[in-house]
Design a protein around this ligand. Structure first.
Ligand code: IPE
Ligand code: IPE
Ligand code: MG
Length: 259
């Protein structure tokens, strides 16, 4: 990059960073990383080229969240609906996951970041599942931030599974119908260890949820940006957080009640 644009970019990053109020940071940010295919298409390259370049954005956002002090970052990496893509693309994504996981674990450890995952992990190809399990074990004692990958994830399936587990526990006498409330139900979800995300970011201009954390985002602030995922950088994250912090979260109340 030429030095003029470099300085300009640096100033842009600083401007957003300086606006962030550190004691009003979201504890948990969830991201729908979208637009890899369109990013590649714009460049007349195959879709997989977009997925490969999306790894840079994963690295940037993970690092930025850890530096800021965000406790949980959940990234939507592969939905159950994504199995319906051409086999070639699915295979490429699964291989890219193996490659990325084995390369990035060292950086995660250096940055004291723990890796975890949600989704039907045992239904992933064996190599991907093993790479993931290894990444999780190798980073399990890190405690600065938790990076959660949603892999082979379906929010509706998660809710159905939770409901079945609730029924099983009621039948077994471990839980009564009266005890079942929102907090208790949350403990049956795969995300039981994490607070609900306060901020959900989706890149690429699409404005939908695509079966992601449906229960958990009941009161999340939604932030949509046209930026394609492979172009998403720290400054884009800062911009989303500044936007989040400018919003009034009323949780059903009126402004005057929020002091
Ligand atoms: C997101 O980018 C990555 C995954 C869903 C795995 P896409 O591959 O959905 O890219 P677009 O939406 O087709 O541009
Ligand atoms: C959602 O993106 C899934 C991931 C980001 C992994 P998609 O690109 O698959 O979503 P739809 O199908 O366009 O809603
Ligand atoms: Mg997409």
């Amino acid at each position: 990059m030429n030095p003029y644009f470099c300085t300009l970019n640096w100033l842009k990053i600083k401007t957003f960073l300086n606006q962030i109020i550190h004691d009003k940071l979201p504890k948990h940010i969830a991201v729908i990383m979208d637009g890899n295919g369109r990013w590649a298409k714009e460049k007349n390259r195959p879709r997989v080229f977009g997925h490969k370049n999306g790894v840079t954005a994963v690295r940037e956002v993970t690092e930025a969240c850890a530096e800021l002090g965000v406790s949980y970052l959940t990234l939507y990496a592969f939905s159950q609906e994504n199995w319906n893509r051409p086999k070639f693309e699915v295979n490429a994504l699964m291989s890219l996951l193996v490659e990325t996981l084995s390369k990035e674990v060292r950086t995660l450890n250096k940055n004291n970041i723990r890796l975890e995952a949600i989704g039907e992990l045992d239904k992933l190809p064996q190599k991907t599942h093993l790479a993931l399990k290894k990444g999780i074990i190798d980073t399990q004692s890190n405690d600065r931030m938790t990076l959660v990958l949603a892999l082979n994830y379906s929010s509706r399936k998660e809710i159905i599974q939770a409901s079945k587990d609730v029924v099983r526990d009621i039948k077994a006498g471990h839980l009564t119908e009266d005890q079942l409330d929102e907090d208790v139900f949350s403990t049956y979800l795969e995300t039981k260890k994490y607070p609900d995300p306060e901020l959900l970011i989706r890149t690429s201009g699409e404005q939908r949820i695509s079966n992601y954390l449906l229960w958990q985002i009941a009161y999340a602030e939604l932030y949509f940006t046209k930026v394609f995922w492979p172009d998403f950088r720290k400054e884009n994250l800062y911009e989303a957080i500044v936007d989040f912090q400018s919003r009034e979260r009323r949780f059903g109340k009126i402004s005057e009640q929020l002091v």
